[in-house]
Design a protein around this ligand. Sequence first.
Ligand SMILES: Cc1cc2nc3c(=O)[nH]c(=O)nc-3n(C[C@H](O)[C@H](O)[C@H](O)COP(=O)(O)O)c2cc1C
Length: 191
Amino acid sequence: MKAKTDPVNFKEMNFNKLFTQISPEELCDNVFDLVGKVFPVITAGKEDHYNSMTASGGGLGVLFKKPTTWCILQSTRYTLEHIQKERSYTMSYFPDEYKKQVLFLGSKSGRDSEKMKEVGLTRVQTPSGDISFKEATLIFECKLTQITTPGPDDFCTQESKDYIKEMYKDTDEYRRYVFGEITHVWVKKYE
Ligand SMILES: Cc1cc2nc3c(=O)[nH]c(=O)nc-3n(C[C@H](O)[C@H](O)[C@H](O)COP(=O)(O)O)c2cc1C
């Protein structure tokens, strides 16, 4: 992900000073980098109560003619509860210098910790009321469109069957495949 240096006073700047909207077609980042190398932080909730988690995998594409993201979440994730309640969420991407914070959000659940206070990122509200962070360089705002829960019988290659069998050997809580229509794409204004 292209590094962008925050000005010293970026924490005092409001959303519109920090970010500008682009269309999904204008995205310059490589999709495989976004889903495979830069871990997105998924955030759902409102200013008074929100929660974030780190994710990996998933994808970006077009579903029913709409630009769409998808991710794979374990059913126990506190963030998933917020997504289901609010029906919207953000996927935020950070430059390398915030890797520690990104990994921290994936290290414990917000259900039984104060990780959102501890993480040291600066919350910001988008014009539509979704939550992200001033340190992010790219934000997708997503409207929840679909949650599907494939079971082991839905996988077709031997490799994927073996992988899923191993993954589910101690649980019958199958992972949720969460699809969200991209309603806005925001990128940092400055280089
Ligand atoms: C690099 C990284 C990638 C992760 N990817 C996923 C993922 O794709 N799906 C998932 O359910 N959990 C994933 N996790 C684990 C969650 O982020 C972690 O369990 C988090 O504490 C959940 O927080 P929550 O319960 O507050 O929502 C990942 C963690 C890390 C560190």
